[in-house]
Design a binder for this molecule. Structure first.
Ligand code: AMP
Ligand code: ZN
Length: 501
């Protein structure tokens, strides 16, 4: 069966074939780590995860790499000239406030004026969230690359681009990429140098352009010894532009030539991915950087993009712990909610959607438990020719049609099953993509690690009750309930079970 994906480069659905026959090389733009990632960000990250899992479902070996943007960039970094405030400096101010409110726990970032501590704290938080939501690459430290660990390869690529005539040092000492040196600049986003000249997209600063050959020329390195994070370089002590990190890390980890798939949210098409293409192809001389460029549309809140800058965002923790909708949610439910609608449509985040996803997760989890009991230790082998897997696979191969894929699974999960061992193998294969039922190993481990010691709390509740310390027993019950547990008394003592939603 051919796998068909929408390619933003050709604006059409194309058959997917890897460049190398034995593995797919895939790169995903990861988070900036000056704050918690929000669930809109995770829509894009999980989109990458389900592309990977879909390819694995069909037997491909996937090498997936994701970056962590931890260099202290500027708030207007998507402008060709950068500018605005230093994101790390504004994060430092916010963290001081968040420590007072408890959002960032006391002791978490000892010194908010140290940008490495900030980046470290939010990188760990990202990885915890990503693991809870079953993002496979988050379990592969070797495939998660920090920008600050890769400054040397960025400097190497900048040198190479200067040598090849694609970059120059402006009179202001900034190293710029020359967009006129690269014929295909604008091909991905549908921009032309003419419309960029008139400032289309608002990406060109109104400021003095005399330092550059073309107003759309973008920054590769800026000497700025006063910048909060800085490195020595042939062009002065300073910091790299935002786009160069992805070109370098993809090339370093995935190979010097052409990769198969590059992903991100739709806002990255321009300028970020356009600039990545110019840099990478400028350096390699190849006719492509990635064969497939795939982008997830935004998660919206009341008609607006969920974004950090608008402040209309929910973090993963806000959703799981009930702050977003008033209901506690299991990570598997949030995962399903974020992957189930088509990635090329905007998605609205609603309580109703979460409840529907919870019903699906519950149904599949119960179905699996039933099959496991009926199979009674027997196992079976299945192939993709099994009728359910065939239909499920066809929906995935049709540009990741998850709602259709789920619509194949649900009636089957309600039907009479003759061979439970075989059905169990089918369900596990389906779940290798959905990763929701049973609440997959990764999901549960991470939730347990980051969560409460539930057994100890139940025991403490029993002890408090025995001592008639009702205040304490109520406080523990409240803590468990707030963390998403149903708390019941039983002859064996207190029992807490995780609510799905
Ligand atoms: P950032 O941490 O801001 O660099 O964003 C990380 C990823 O999330 C990028 O791929 C963005 O395109 C993506 N993204 C940001 N906001 C949204 C949103 N509301 N919905 C979906 N993806 C988003
Ligand atoms: Zn990137």
């Amino acid at each position: 069966m051919s796998i068909r994906f929408y390619n933003s480069l050709s604006n059409s659905v194309e058959d997917f074939q890897p460049v190398e026959s034995d593995r797919v090389r895939m790169y995903s733009c990861g988070p900036t780590v000056y704050d918690f990632a929000h669930i809109g960000n995770f829509r894009s990250f999980l989109f990458a995860d389900v592309i990977r899992r879909t390819l694995e479902f069909f037997g491909h070996d996937v090498h997936h790499v994701m970056n962590i943007t931890d260099v202290g960039h500027m708030t207007d970094d998507s402008n060709a000239d950068g500018g605005g405030e230093d994101k790390m400096e504004s994060a430092a101010q916010r963290i001081k406030e968040d420590k007072k409110s408890g959002k960032v726990p006391e002791g978490a970032v000892d010194n908010p004026d140290d940008p490495y501590q900030i980046a470290d704290y939010y990188t760990k938080a990202f990885l915890e969230d990503a693991q809870m939501l079953g993002l496979k690459v988050a379990f592969e430290p070797e495939n998660i690359l920090k920008a600050t660990d890769n400054i040397d390869i960025m400097q190497d690529m900048i040198t190479e681009l200067i040598e090849k005539g694609h970059a120059y040092v402006g009179p202001d000492g900034v190293v710029y990429f020359s967009v006129e040196s690269f014929d295909d600049y604008g091909k991905l986003s549908g921009n032309t140098l003419e419309n960029l000249l008139s400032g289309a997209g608002g990406r060109i600063n109104e400021t003095d352009q005399s330092n550059k050959k073309h107003p759309a020329d973008f920054m590769l390195w800026k000497a700025d010894p006063s910048h909060i994070m800085k490195w020595d370089s042939p062009w002065g002590t300073g910091y790299p532009g935002w786009h160069i990190e992805c070109s370098c890390m993809a090339r370093d980890r995935l190979g010097k030539d052409v990769i198969d798939i590059h992903t991100g949210g739709e806002d990255l098409i321009f300028p970020h991915h356009e600039c990545e293409i110019a840099q990478s192809r400028g350096a390699t001389g190849e006719d492509a950087f990635a064969r497939f460029w795939m982008h997830a549309r935004f998660l919206m809140v009341e008609g607006e993009k969920m974004s950090k800058s608008k402040g209309n965002f929910w973090t993963v923790r806000d959703v799981l712990e009930g702050r977003a909708t008033g209901i506690n949610v299991h990570p598997a439910v949030l995962r399903l909610e974020l992957i189930k609608s088509h990635y090329r449509s905007n998605m609205n985040f609603t309580k109703k959607g979460l409840q529907d996803s919870a019903n699906v997760v519950r149904k599949l989890t119960e179905f699996r438990a039933k099959l496991e009991a009926a199979a009674d230790g027997q196992t079976a082998e299945v192939t993709l020719d099994h009728p359910i897997l065939k239909q499920f696979g066809e929906a995935l191969a049709d540009d990741l049609n998850f709602s259709k894929a789920i619509a194949v699974v649900l009636p089957w999960a309600s039907s009479e099953i003759e061979n439970p061992a075989e059905a169990l193998a089918v369900l596990d294969k389906i779940n290798s993509v959905l990763a929701v039922a049973p609440l997959g190993d990764e999901v549960e481990t991470a939730a347990d690690e980051g969560g409460l010691d539930v057994d100890a709390l139940c025991k403490a509740m029993d002890e408090a009750r025995a001592a008639k310390d009702w205040g304490k027993s109520d406080a523990i019950r409240d803590e468990l309930q707030a963390a998403g547990y149903d708390v019941k008394s039983s002859p064996e003592g207190t029992v807490a079970t995780k609510r799905l939603a």
